[in-house]
Design a protein around this ligand. Structure first.
Ligand code: NAD
Ligand code: UDP
Length: 314
């Protein structure tokens, strides 16, 4: 049994990760400030003696004896991370520093949840790990993109300078149950709009692309990365390479929900990446990882979840 700290553990991905690690026989400390996460996501784990919930903000120091740290704490949806941009960059940078300090003291392995946003609006397609990206350092997404890039730098410097056992995963658009109703990202927005018969809001003309990965696949990749025996530190892309336009995605959601919703077009936010698709050959080679959940199966589970949430809120 390992003692594992999951920061951002009450969030969307963190809650799935906590549940899986707990089911595998580990002891979990779930740390969260509940900015975008919710107790509802982990309520079913609270009765378990091997699960501990800590309300804490990772922009402040935290101490515990742990074997592994998954550092996920950070708002991930553009409206949430732009709500308090300065706090977002502090969370990524100070949070990474404190968690790396903790990993160094405890001799723990630390995995950083990085993002495809480190590639910015990519000029290389699909994106490979050796691409350095095309990021605007002064735009409205910079607090998130540059914060995550700096967190990667800190991970590499603690590894080189202090021999901390680090791992970096670059997560591409992931979806599934436990996303917040007010998350604001495309998957939750479109599903909620479709289920409520409201207009589906496409930003721009819908020709921009994304590649969507179901959360159980992602969590599997993260755990493989943390535990890989070769001490492969990454960065490694984790995502589903099946790419589609946002317009195609809206049409798929309308079909799967049998919705009468109409598509409407809204202005495209600044610096919205035009194309995004992971090259996952490195994850395949080093981790033997490949996503297995197809989009219709994953979306059906996500639609069921939001349908239940909407009924509960009525
Ligand atoms: P989320 O917003 O659901 O989860 C983030 C969690 O971090 C929340 O529970 C929130 O309350 C917590 N948090 C935020 N600031 C904190 C702070 N200062 N101290 C303590 N806790 C704090 O988002 P998510 O989609 O689950 O994302 C989890 C991680 O994965 C994030 O680091 C995100 O950048 C990364 N990521 C996610 C995606 C995706 O598609 N979901 C893609 C790329 C990267
Ligand atoms: N998007 C959209 N309508 C929405 C929400 C998002 O058309 O209601 C678009 C957004 O402009 C982007 C894509 O969907 O091009 C993915 O957005 P999301 O916020 O989910 O994640 P991103 O990959 O941009 O961080």
């Amino acid at each position: 049994m390992k003692r594992i700290l999951v920061t951002g553990g009450a969030g969307f991905i963190g809650s799935h990760l906590c549940e899986r690690l707990l089911n595998e026989g580990n002891e979990i400390i779930c740390l969260d400030n509940f900015f975008t996460g919710s107790k509802d996501n982990i309520r079913h784990l609270l009765h378990n003696d091997h699960f501990e919930l800590v309300r804490h903000d990772i922009t402040k120091e935290y101490y515990a004896e742990v074997d592994q740290i998954y550092n996920l704490a950070c708002p991930a949806s553009p409206p949430h991370y732009q709500y308090n941009a300065i706090k977002t960059i502090k969370t990524s940078v100070l949070g990474a520093m404190y968690m790396l300090g903790l990993a160094k003291r405890c001799n723990a392995t630390i995995l950083q949840a990085s993002t495809s946003e480190v590639y910015g609006d990519p000029k290389v397609h699909p994106q490979k790990e050796d691409y350095w990206g095309n990021v605007n350092p002064i735009g409205i997404r910079s607090c998130y993109d540059e914060g995550k890039r700096c967190a990667e730098t800190l991970m590499m410097d603690y590894h080189r300078q202090n021999a901390v056992d680090t791992r970096i995963v670059r997560i591409f658009n992931t979806y599934g149950p436990n996303m917040a109703m007010n998350d604001g990202r495309v998957v939750s927005n479109f599903i909620i709009q479709a289920l409520q018969g409201k207009d589906i809001t496409i930003y721009g003309d819908g020709s921009q692309t994304r590649s969507f990965c179901y959360v159980s696949d992602l969590v599997d990749g993260m755990i493989r990365m943390m535990n890989n025996q070769e001490h492969f530190i990454g960065p490694v892309n984790l995502g589903n390479p099946s790419e589609r336009t946002i317009l195609e995605f809206a049409e798929l959601i309308i079909k799967l929900t049998n919705s009468n919703s109409k598509i409407v077009y809204k202005p495209l936010p600044m610096d919205d990446p035009v194309r995004r698709k992971p090259d996952i050959s490195l994850a395949k080679e080093k981790l033997g990882w490949t996503p297995v959940v197809d989009i219709e199966a994953g979306l059906s589970k996500t639609i069921e979840y939001f349908d239940r949430k909407i009924r509960e809120n009525c």
